[in-house]
Design a protein around this ligand. Structure first.
Ligand code: NAP
Length: 285
């Protein structure tokens, strides 16, 4: 087989950032240098979550947005978290609100996500946003699957009629990825921890999306020749995803590297959606 195409999320994300810088500057020029804020809420001190929040803050700074990091103790109640979200909903300089997932067990994460106002839900986590996205309405989609779809579009991969298998069904990743692929006319199968014959199902896939969080669980012999491999999983210790690229990449038509594939696209999409939120408010579209 010919050498597979590398779906280079790092490169595309860097190109997106260059363009976003210009758009942010235009917002500032029109509004007396008012700097749009992306607020990130981190509950507790999980080191991986803290790293993700830091990376998102750095991306804000690179394009000229103001990152506002709110760190809350891990003992906080759902109501206390909701009070913080309500304040940010009402803050006219805040154009995006990100609640870093996961939150400690005592918190009702769904209730907290759903408190974020739809227009500030730049990470696409609310039930209302998910429903609207599923219906094909123009809303901010969940950042990781939206980033995946941008990468797919950038590389001119036509999803229509392709068998797409999404492994994982979380509300922020697997489910929205499946709906987005369906909206692009793929025939979609969603797999999860109770799925039987996972290897056989994956072997039938033209597009495989790893969205599990189990390092290298998808192996070469499961992958059909010429499949498109999208790996959203990330294991910070092993610095790898759900798909064993050593055995899978050479069989594929195209694949996302880990790191450098889906991760940078998630951040760039989050930032882009924050910029669009500010542009919409200031009517600079
Ligand atoms: P999650 O909420 O834990 O969901 C994991 C999903 O995988 C669940 O639906 C689970 O099924 C399924 N699963 C578990 N074991 C399985 C197995 N043996 N076979 C098939 N499915 C199985 O995780 P998440 O938040 O979606 O994250 C998944 C991965 O993506 C993690 O590595 C995370 O770090 C990564 N991630 C990356 C980005 C990025 O920016 N690149 C963003 C978000 C997440 P059940 O529903 O049946 O339990």
């Amino acid at each position: 087989m010919a050498n597979p195409v590398i779906l280079d999320g790092k490169k595309l994300a860097a190109e997106m950032e260059e363009e976003l810088k210009v758009r942010v500057q235009r917002i500032k020029d029109k509004n007396g240098n008012v700097v749009p804020v992306l607020a990130t809420i981190l509950v507790g001190d999980d080191p991986a979550s803290a790293t993700y929040v830091k990376m998102k803050g750095n991306a804000c700074l690179r394009v000229g947005l103001e990152p506002r990091k709110i760190v809350l103790p891990h003992t906080i109640s759902t109501q206390e978290l909701i009070d913080v979200i309500d304040k940010l909903n009402g803050d006219k300089n805040v154009f995006g609100i990100l609640l870093q997932h996961p939150v400690p067990r005592q918190i009702d994460e769904r209730l907290a996500f759903d408190r974020i106002s739809l227009e500030k839900d730049v990470d696409g986590v609310t039930s209302l946003g998910f429903g609207k996205m599923s219906m094909g309405e123009k809303v901010f989609g969940s950042a990781t699957p939206s980033g995946i779809m941008k990468l797919i579009e950038h590389y001119k991969i036509d999803c229509a009629g392709k068998n797409a298998v999404v492994v994982g069904r979380s509300a922020i990743l697997g489910k929205p990825a499946a709906m987005m692929l369906l909206n692009k006319n793929a025939t979609v199968t969603i797999c999860h921890s109770q799925t039987k014959n996972l290897d056989e199902i994956i072997r039938s896939a033209d597009i495989v999306v790893g969205a599990v969080g189990k390092p290298k669980m998808i192996r070469g012999e499961w992958i059909a020749d010429g499949a498109i491999i999208i790996d959203a999983g990330f294991n910070p210790e092993q610095k790898c995803g759900d798909i064993d690229l050593q055995t899978c990449a050479s069989r594929s038509f195209a694949y996302t590297p880990v790191p450098g594939g889906v991760g940078p696209m998630t951040i760039a999409t989050l930032i882009e959606q924050s910029v669009i939120s500010a542009q919409k408010f200031w009517q600079i579209l």
